[in-house]
Design a binder for this molecule. Structure first.
Ligand SMILES: [Cu+2]
Length: 388
């Protein structure tokens, strides 16, 4: 990888198909045997993962021994031993219990068999990458491209870095932080100064997960000067500018035995008639009332918006009587969240308010949760920007 001052780290993903590293080119006489052991096949995504894995392995000329464990540790242990006895040279493992996975890894290593964690993090499509850098400032543009994982980015042991931008552009001024939370789809524009780390290694991490190792060269170089103290004027949109406030709920549908049947926006499936029709050139406040137990990164197409605040409310009262009773004062957005955004984390039990100028074009757009498994299951709605 040849990274420059402006570096885009894209496609951070929680799903790894680390096959190319294991598999010899198709046509090689000795086909590599790979074990692929999932914890369950009860979820639809694993059916798709299995199919994709098999296709990719076949294309690369590998033989796959597949099994799943029905969420049972002992079943998984037996399946793992079976793969070893059948001559698997590497096993991609999704442990039922990470605590007991150690014994499987130990027995595999005795026979020289590699074990690869199924839920590995990929950075720009690479597993455990490193980057050689000079002891100076680097700019990193990071996008969380995972299906559903929230990242809490930090450098090394909570080293300070500067955030200069969020989803839709530069912040008003750099902010010094030690950790940045990004939900799926969110972006962060960061500057890290390696000048104090010449000859050392610095890890970009998310909590205990290692993402990218930076190997800092020892020779001194110019550090490129200081960051400007002011970046771009950023006027907060006054609430009085909004001509309409919409209260929109985030809902989880339950069946008779309280099993989740999926998530909805405003309790309305995708195919129902359009209910949100903002007028071009006007500004609206959208109140996202999260009645679920999850945090949902809500994304609006076309527009950029600002986060007004988040406020705790009584979900039980809202669900039972339909009345809104706040339990705490509103919380303003953090400095990281105070710039132009197109995705907002709407946390459980909070009303998250955004102020949205509808500029640019009339027409139909969508708004949706950015968790892939939610948006692909009805947590998406159209909106239509209409002419004044
Ligand atoms: Cu969601």
């Amino acid at each position: 990888m040849n990274f420059h001052r402006r570096t885009m780290l894209r496609g951070l993903a929680s799903l790894a198909f680390p096959l190319p590293a294991l598999v010899k080119p198709a046509g090689a006489a000795d086909r590599v045997k790979i074990g692929f052991l999932l914890k369950t096949m009860q979820e639809e995504r694993y059916q798709r993962d299995k199919a994709a894995f098999l296709v990719r392995a076949k294309a690369l000329g590998a033989e796959v021994i597949f099994d799943s464990a029905n969420n049972d540790e002992q079943t998984q242990l037996a399946a793992f031993e079976n793969m070893l006895s059948r001559g698997a040279q590497a096993i991609v493992l999704q442990p039922v219990n990470t605590g007991t996975a150690g014994s499987m890894v130990t027995s595999a290593r005795k026979g020289g068999v590699k074990v690869i964690g199924y839920d590995a993090m990929l950075v720009n499509g690479k597993l455990a990458p490193y980057l050689e850098v000079e002891p100076r400032k680097y700019r990193f543009r990071i996008m969380n491209g995972s299906n559903g994982r929230f990242f809490r980015f930090s450098f090394g042991d909570l080293l300070e870095f500067q955030q200069i931008g969020s989803d839709q552009g530069l912040l008003a001024a750099p902010i010094a932080i030690k950790r940045l939370v990004l939900a799926p789809g969110e972006r962060g524009d960061l500057v890290f100064d390696f000048s104090g780390h010449a000859g050392q290694e610095v890890m970009l991490k998310s909590d205990s997960f290692d993402l990218v190792q930076f190997r800092v060269s020892a020779a001194p170089v110019s550090n490129g000067g200081e960051l400007p103290a002011v970046l771009r004027p950023l006027t907060r949109i006054p609430e009085t500018q909004a001509i309409k406030t919409r209260r929109l709920t985030l809902n989880e549908k339950m069946d008779m035995v309280q099993q989740s049947m999926g998530m909805l926006l405003n309790n309305t499936p995708w195919h129902m008639p359009i209910t949100e029709k903002p007028v071009l050139g006007t500004t609206e406040i959208w109140e996202l009332v999260n009645l679920t137990e999850d945090s949902h990164p809500i994304h609006l197409h076309l527009v950029k918006f600002q986060i007004l605040d988040r406020r705790k409310f009584d979900t039980f009262e809202y669900l039972s009587k339909g009345t809104m009773r706040y339990l705490a004062p509103p919380m303003p957005p953090s400095p990281s969240d105070a710039g132009w955004k197109d995705i907002v984390r709407a946390d459980s039990g909070l009303v998250t308010r955004i102020i949205v100028p509808f500029e640019g074009f009339t027409g139909r757009y969508v708004w949706h949760c950015h968790l892939l498994e939610h948006e692909d299951n009805e947590m998406m709605r159209p909106f239509e920007v209409v002419a004044s």
